[in-house]
Design a protein around this ligand. Structure first.
Ligand code: C2O
Ligand code: CU
Ligand code: CU
Length: 487
């Protein structure tokens, strides 16, 4: 059997419940996403061109994709605190789109949300000021009703922010040598091996979950040679809906940063649970081990199958193989950032949000009229209202510290807020894990309340409001999103 036949055979052996096909193919190399490094200075506008492409994910089949300057996905852009990035975003995909800078603390009018549509064939030229600290951010389509399919097809990229502290920190930072950016996604490949995206009402309820992991556009497992020393992995969960429980084959994960920047000190974790939209940076110690691997649990984790198939199903995402070369010689630092514990008593306003899947038939027609896309599933809402482009749901005063309390009527949802980083006070009624106690823009919500402490420092006027939403992209498209101004 050649590799392609093997993949098809193993795909065919998946059960009707859609459990994961475990393929035993030899790992392909980790694609290192080309980097656009602006930290040395910016002397021209930075072009990002959205266009259709074709891409081989590594199974020999040609998939129809979308990309940003590339056939699939976008570049890794690296910029520095204090810079302003003059983007020229050209849309050539044959359909309207937007590009949102997820994680950036920027004013609403350059945020790239659903109100900043880029018509097919036109250019959007936001000047994006980078005022926040070192952090891993990303950009993706936010075209209301089409976010899920456009992002799945490839309209996503990574934006790394550095600052003086991160550039001088004693950490691995040679891109593609000891510092790797990993964009993790789950896909479905059809019988001819092409990437596919099909939505049924059932799929809509859980969001789209694929059966095959893809890393930087290549079907997992992938492998990478690394020098002897510490290796840094900057990880983005760019899945539409799948929570990823990540662990190392040997030893623990050493987590050094979350969505909005460095933790106060490194956190050792047996595993981390990453929702769609979340970012974590980890260090892997390759000083005394020949190989290690990053693995994802596709069995017992969160989601629909957790109850049906209790067992773990650890699948290798990335194998690291050590070479004799001497790499980063430093040790894991004791202190990473100066982070005071969040002070809930600073809050002067409390808002409550309930994420709703069971909103009743009366809202379905309204949701559709309001440009939500639910396929053949029912509508979704927050506080009884599906997303509506010309309705502002909340008005926030700039500079106020607030507590946002989020609850759900069913399932586990990842909640995201634009224009800020926040601190998690409680997550699903409990203290968040240590690795989630730093700066975040995503919080998990399952049972009980999740509470975040948040402050907005930039303006978002009524014609360019910020969004808050579930980051299961199908839920967002279907109306589990709201809008707020900051003035
Ligand atoms: Cu990553 Cu409103 O999105
Ligand atoms: Cu965002
Ligand atoms: Cu959701």
């Amino acid at each position: 059997m050649n590799r392609r036949q093997f993949l098809i055979a193993s795909a065919a052996s998946t059960s009707a419940f859609g459990t994961i096909a475990v393929t035993q193919t030899a790992p392909r190399p980790l694609p290192v996403i080309p980097i656009t490094d602006l930290t040395g200075g910016i002397n021209m506008r930075v072009p990002l061109t959205l266009a259709p492409g074709t891409h081989d994910f590594g199974n020999g089949a040609v998939s129809q994709t979308l990309g940003i300057n590339h056939n699939y996905l976008g570049p890794v852009i690296r910029a520095k605190q204090g810079q302003t990035i003059p983007f020229d975003v050209t849309n050539n995909i044959g359909d309207v789109s937007t590009i949102h800078w997820h994680g950036l603390h920027i004013p609403g009018d350059v945020d790239g949300g659903p109100h900043q549509e880029i018509a097919d064939g036109s250019v959007w030229s936001p000047d994006v000021p980078i005022v926040q600290h070192a952090s891993m951010n990303w950009f993706h389509s936010h075209m209301h009703g089409k976010t899920a399919q456009q992002t799945y097809n490839g309209l996503a990229g990574v934006l790394l922010i550095e600052d003086d502290a991160s550039l001088s920190a004693d950490l691995p930072k040679t891109y593609g040598v000891d510092d790797f950016t990993l964009v993790l996604q789950d896909k479905i490949f059809n019988a001819s091996g092409r990437m596919s995206y099909e939505l049924t009402a059932e799929v809509f309820e859980d969001g789209f979950e694929g059966d095959t992991m893809v890393v930087n556009g290549a079907i997992a497992p992938v492998s990478q040679n690394v020098p002897t020393g510490l290796v840094r992995l900057r990880i983005l969960n760019a899945c539409n809906a799948r929570f990823l429980e990540l662990s190392m084959r040997t030893g623990t994960l050493t987590v050094i940063a979350s969505d909005g920047g460095f933790l106060s000190s490194a956190v050792e974790a047996e595993s981390i649970l990453m929702s769609p939209g979340e970012r974590y940076e980890v260090l892997v110690d390759m000083r005394n081990i020949d190989t290690n691997a990053l693995q994802v649990n596709l069995g017992g984790g969160a989601g629909l199958f957790a109850g049906l198939f209790g067992g773990d199903q650890l699948t290798t995402v990335l194998t690291l193989a050590r070479t004799a070369d001497q790499g980063f010689t430093g040790a894991i630092p004791d202190q990473l950032a100066n982070l005071a514990p969040p002070r809930a008593t600073d809050a002067t306003v409390t808002r409550s949000f309930e994420l709703q899947m069971d909103v009743g038939a009366d809202l379905v027609a309204l949701a559709m009229a309001w440009e939500n896309f639910c396929g053949n599933a029912g509508a979704m809402a927050i506080n009884g209202q599906p997303m509506k482009m010309d309705r502002i749901d909340e008005t926030v005063r700039k500079g106020d510290t607030e507590i946002w309390r989020i609850s759900v009527d069913d399932q586990l949802h990842p909640f995201h807020i634009h224009g800020c980083s926040f601190r998690i006070l409680s997550q699903s009624g409990a203290e968040p894990p240590a690795y989630a106690q730093g700066w975040k823009d995503m919080v998990h919500v399952e049972d009980g309340w999740s509470e975040v402490l948040v402050k907005f420092d930039h303006e978002a006027p009524p014609d360019a409001p910020y969004m808050y939403h579930c980051h299961i992209l199908e839920h967002e498209d279907c109306g589990m999103m709201g809008q707020f101004t900051v003035t």
